[in-house]
Design a protein. Structure first.
Length: 486
């Protein structure tokens, strides 16, 4: 007759029990009770076991997030256990109990065909976040980004999500640090002064390699400025969002459709690189409505193996941006720089319009790119072959798409709602690519809430076209472009 072997029952190691009560909830036999005595070693109150009804199902061990809070009663005599070395109890326990976490992959769930929406940019971005599987939003109201947060506040409770209006932007970004560290998709909407306040936390997230998505609806500055549209955050977004060796992907949508698409993409990239991602639009784009086609799928997020999650398998995970040893800190910077180099190599995105035969190139992003597109049509009707180069990634600047176009151009006109911050990105990208003799660069700039107007762009492009008599066909430029592309 086959013998049934009794399953081992749990034993409690009070010094490793933090009294969280998860084991109490997990036990179907009600064998575990809240404790009443403070443990002298930890100052915490461990649970108490009453195992008369215990069937050894192990559910309590699975529920316990501590590596050594609960254990199976040992079938071996205690003499077989590792020798006790005072001061090493925790390490020995963790090593003995470590279970390896495995990544649960994201799943793309097919969506039925739905009618297009007509929504404003902030709403499109919020919908994109929800379709990307974001169920955690943190934010502090600031015009002109608040509409997006309001929509998240309405929809997230319907989707068993969480909306938290934080006490400040500083609190917001640190909530994101914690939630992203748990491997969950989270985001915020903010606007320029609020974005400035988040920079310290962004640096912490980048340092600790925590994903998250920040949608910055840029408004006029400096200081509180006003609530008119601007692109005055390009500098801090691209030149280092926070102190130290910091860099993030920066997407620059130009339509409500791209607000949705690029917000969805931002979540994927944030987790691919374990880094925050910025979606930077101007206040005008946040408010204008447009047709938005919904994607054919939505994302059911998995759980990365690096997440700080409440079970024993993830217990060894730790996220920090503190590295007190200088050599360790330098090595970490080198690792981050290698990651940024990968982003530069893989993530450049641009939209080229009518550039094949153009000899005047307009460079613009966000809403100014829409106006510039209209200017291209007007200029072509006037007999001037104009084209538009629109960076979709402000960082990394898409120099690889620009380099082969430049040698054919007589002039470049940079159009922006800032004091030359986009032009600075262009010039820096040219310099890094060793393209030291670009065509003459001129510009149309407004700030303070005023957007570049089409007639100004047309006039500037005409003047630039007339000032430069011949096409640039110098061999050196073509050679330089080939080098960038190789
Ligand atoms: S092993 Fe099962 S029955 Fe026993 S205490 Fe744990 S959860 Fe309860
Ligand atoms: S789950 Fe673990 S840490 Fe929490 S009360 Fe139970 S034994 Fe203690």
């Amino acid at each position: 007759m086959a013998q049934t072997r009794e399953r081992p029952k749990p034993v409690l190691h009070p010094d490793f029990c933090k009294g969280c009560g998860r084991c109490i909830e997990s036990c179907p036999k009600h064998c575990i009770e809240a404790g009443t005595e403070i443990d002298g070693a930890t100052g915490l109150i461990p649970v108490q076991l009453r195992l008369d009804s215990c069937n050894g199902c192990s559910l309590c061990l699975e529920a316990c997030p501590e590596p050594y809070g609960l254990d199976h009663e040992s079938p071996e005599p205690r003499s077989s256990e590792p020798p006790h070395i005072p001061g090493t109890e925790n390490l020995v326990a963790i090593a003995a109990k470590r279970r390896v976490a495995e990544t649960i992959p994201d799943v793309r769930v097919p969506m039925p065909a739905l009618r297009p929406l007509v929504v404003k940019g902030t709403y499109a971005s919020a919908i994109g976040a929800l379709l990307a599987g974001c169920r955690h939003f943190f934010g502090y109201p600031i015009t002109p980004s608040t509409d997006g947060a309001e929509l998240m506040a309405k929809l997230l409770p319907e989707l068993e999500g969480h909306f938290v209006q934080a006490v400040s932007e500083v609190a917001t970004i640190n909530h994101m640090y914690g939630t992203g560290g748990a491997g969950l998709r989270c985001m915020t909407f903010t606007s320029s002064p609020g974005f400035s306040l988040m920079l310290e936390g962004l640096s912490y997230m980048i340092g600790a390699e925590i994903p998250g998505v920040v949608v910055d609806v840029m408004r006029a500055g400096p200081g509180l400025g006003n609530i008119g549209p601007e692109q005055g955050d390009i500098k801090i977004a691209c030149r280092g969002p926070g102190h130290g060796t910091t860099q993030t992907l920066v997407y620059a949508p130009a339509t409500p459709q791209e607000m949705l698409d690029l917000t969805m993409l931002a979540f994927d990239k944030a987790f691919e690189y374990r880094n925050p991602v910025l979606v930077a639009c101007d206040g005008y784009l946040g408010q204008i409505t447009g047709r938005v086609d919904l994607p054919s799928y939505m994302v059911k997020p998995g759980l990365p193996d690096w997440a700080v999650w409440g079970d024993a398998a993830h217990r060894p995970n730790l996220h920090t941006s503190i590295l007190l040893n200088e050599a360790d800190q330098e090595a970490h910077n080198v690792k981050l720089l290698a990651k940024y180099a990968q982003m530069i190599d893989r993530e450049q995105r641009a939209d080229l319009y009518e550039t094949d035969d153009a000899d005047v190139l307009i460079v613009a992003a966000n809403t100014p790119a829409r106006t510039a597109k209209g200017a291209v049509a007007v200029l072509r009707k006037q007999g001037i072959k104009a084209g538009l180069f629109r960076p979709i990634t402000l960082w990394p600047f898409p120099i690889r798409a620009l380099a082969p176009v430049l040698p054919r151009m007589k002039a470049v006109v940079v159009v922006e709602a800032s004091n030359g911050q986009l032009e600075d990105e262009l010039r820096l990208a040219l310099s890094h690519a060793d393209l030291h003799a670009p065509p003459p660069i001129t510009n149309v700039r407004h700030y303070g809430g005023i957007m570049p107007q089409m007639n100004e762009i047309v006039a500037c492009a005409r003047a630039a076209h007339e000032a430069t008599p011949s096409r640039r066909t110098r061999e050196t430029e073509a050679e330089a472009a080939a080098r960038v592309l190789s």
